[in-house]
Design a protein around this ligand. Structure first.
Ligand code: G6P
Length: 608
């Protein structure tokens, strides 16, 4: 999320900042801004349009003279995209300017504390507490004020900070958000990734979590959280621009697959306070939940598949009848809903035309609408009664991966939170589920380790005429997503079936050598799925199976088995989808397909 650049040097800063921000555009953003220190005050310019607009406004940077500057592309999290919410943010006196990437989880508490001190806030962002805190602690020592301020921050941050008292000094600090320092003869820089600086230098100094850097035009000093100085050798990178944008991956899709542990952690951790799940500002409460006699989940594409998993999870824990529908069907079927229906709308982009129309229809019929959305300030986020954001960060590849995974994690949190309000599930079960939810990023990380095996399987897949996915219960919901991933990017015909439905028609398509991917992770129905595997195998199918660790009996039926770690069955989808995202990726790669931009598809479908 977001992009940061910073410069302190012997030449003008603005040109570097604008160029760097333009190179960070690929990360996705909704607003941007720069601040340049000049003669004891900041020249600041922002835009809610493209970086090009910032260039026009500043006459290519020449209207912002000065040799120290910071810049930012914002991907809104707290507060809609707007001029006021765009970075850089300044302290009340204008002495400090800050750009920030990450999420400050305790910002409400800090904001209340600062307001009680008489501080007025200009934006709705979590970031603005940072310059205000630095100002609170400033007694003439810039570094010490920054260190005191960051010690109060919970959550994630990468920061670039300037102070009007200290020309020629840029301070950077980092925890759980990306930030690097670039070194050159006449200037030193900071940036979220090497893309922004690779055309200026290949000499990089890595700053680690918890460290703060004091950067001048000809020196960089790193300090640990305990204020001791840290010595680190510079690294030399040999990436070109294209590789840098994708953090070294060949495609955004693979980069985003690999980002899933972090994206899920970001989505979950920011809602966990002790053992509680807290959704800031949610209007849905225990009374409304008690009044709810039905849940309708409405979405398109992969978001619909996340909703299928959500149905299993919500029904199991809340015992409230839950229905899932395609937005394009829901909006025209005259749905029977009323003020006792909770409608959950899911959309990564927040702009899908059918989903937005379905949301409006649900509202018109009196239903409370809760949107699960990734893009802050998007049309769906604005139109819904309640929003829970997924913190996946910008997703660039058309085929969603981390968007889907973070939607699942919101469903888990929502279900646990609501079950606690309604006392609708055993507390021991809920507590165990909570523990497993917290472990999810680590478990996804373990599944990703199977990449070499999956790559090899994909190599053997070749280019078949057709392929089938089967599963039961949550395994079936994941089959739909796994099948969609494959067909979207590899153009191989693929279908997903509820395994019990095979006998009602589809089994006629099974012939010698046909690949059937059997998802056999849902333990309660494992034996039944094993029977289905035997049925297709008896008709010549080549079976690839996915099972939880320990279920080795499947290996005697399948030609290949991918094992995933054991977890609560309700969380399985988050683990078993990952191998098939990777599988789809490599099958498409070996076929030579345009993975990030598959033919005929769009990332956001804003027409009906
Ligand atoms: C398009 C995308 C899919 C996505 C679907 C719904 O088809 O290619 O990846 O799942 O739209 O998009 P949304 O932004 O509403 O989640």
């Amino acid at each position: 999320m977001c992009g940061i650049v910073g410069f302190t040097g012997k030449t003008q800063a603005a040109g570097f900042l604008l160029d760097g921000l333009e190179r960070l555009e690929y990360r996705g953003y909704d607003s941007a801004g720069v601040a340049v220190l000049n003669g004891g005050s900041f020249g600041i310019e922002k835009t809610t349009e493209r970086i090009k607009n910032l260039m026009d406004k500043t006459d290519g940077g020449s209207k912002l003279p000065g040799t120290d500057g910071i810049g930012h592309t914002r991907w809104a999290t707290h507060g809609a995209p707007s001029y006021e919410n765009a970075h850089p943010h300044t302290s009340s006196s204008g002495k400090f300017a800050v750009v920030h990437n990450g999420i400050i989880e305790n910002y409400i508490q800090l904001k209340d504390e600062l307001k009680a001190d008489g501080v007025n806030f200009k934006s709705e962002t979590d970031t603005e507490v940072i310059p205000q805190l630095i100002e609170k602690y400033y007694e003439g020592d810039f570094l010490s004020a920054v260190q005191k301020a960051v010690s109060r921050l919970e959550g994630s941050y990468a920061l670039g900070i300037l102070c009007t008292d200290c020309p020629g000094t840029l301070i950077a600090s980092k925890k759980f958000s990306p930030l690097i320092i670039g070194l050159s003869e006449n200037a030193n820089f900071i940036a979220s990734d090497v893309t922004a600086i690779v055309s200026h230098t290949k000499d990089i100094l890595y700053i680690e979590d918890g460290e703060t850097a004091v950067i001048t035009p000809d020196s960089v000093k790193l300090y640990a959280a305990d204020k001791s100085e840290v010595k680190r050798e510079k690294s030399v990178i040999n990436w070109d621009i294209a590789a840098a944008e994708k953090s070294g991956y060949d495609h955004f899709m693979m980069k985003e697959i690999m980002e899933q542990p972090a994206a899920v952690a970001q989505t979950v951790d920011s809602r966990i306070k002790g053992r509680e799940i807290v959704f800031e500002g949610l209007k849905l409460d225990a009374e409304m939940l008690r009044n709810t006699d039905r849940i309708e989940i409405v979405a398109c594409g992969s978001a619909y598949h996340a909703g299928m998993v959500g149905k299993y999870v919500l029904e199991e824990l809340l015992r409230i009848p839950t229905n899932v529908d395609y937005a394009s069907e829901f909006r025209y079927r005259n749905p029977i809903i009323n003020n006792k229906t909770l409608t959950v709308i899911i959309s990564q982009s927040g702009e899908t035309a059918d989903t937005l129309a379905a949301l409006k229809e649900a509202k018109r019929l009196g239903s409370h609408t809760l949107a699960i959305v990734n893009v802050v300030g998007s049309s769906i986020a604005k139109a819904a009664d309640d929003v829970i954001y997924t913190w996946a960060g910008p997703e660039i590849a058309v085929a969603t991966t981390k968007g889907y995974s973070t939607q699942l994690s919101v469903f888990y949190m929502l279900a646990i939170w609501a079950a606690r309000q309604l006392h609708s599930a055993g507390s021991e079960r809920i507590e165990r589920l909570f523990d497993e939810l917290v472990r999810l990023p680590e478990l996804i990380e373990r599944v990703i380790l199977n990449e070499p095996q999956i790559k090899e399987m994909a190599k053997q897949c070749g280019d078949p005429k057709s392929l089938f996915f089967i599963g039961r219960n949550i395994d079936y919901a994941v089959s739909l997503e796994a099948s969609l991933k494959l067909k979207e990017i590899s153009y191989i015909h693929s279908e997903a079936y509820a395994a019990g439905e095979l006998k009602h028609g589809t089994i006629s398509l099974i012939e010698e050598g046909r690949t059937v991917v059997a998802l056999a992770c849902y333990e309660q129905l494992f034996e039944k799925l094993l029977s289905n595997i035997k049925e297709v195998k008896a008709r010549g199918a080549n079976v690839i199976a996915c099972a939880v660790e320990g279920h080795t009996e499947v290996a005697s039926e399948a030609s290949q088995v991918i094992y995933i770690p054991r977890t609560d069955p309700l969380l399985l989808a988050s683990l078993e989808v990952v191998p098939f995202q990777i599988y789809a990726y490599y099958v498409a790669l070996y076929k030579g397909c345009d993975i990030d931009k598959p033919r005929n598809l769009a990332k956001s479908v804003t027409v009906e």
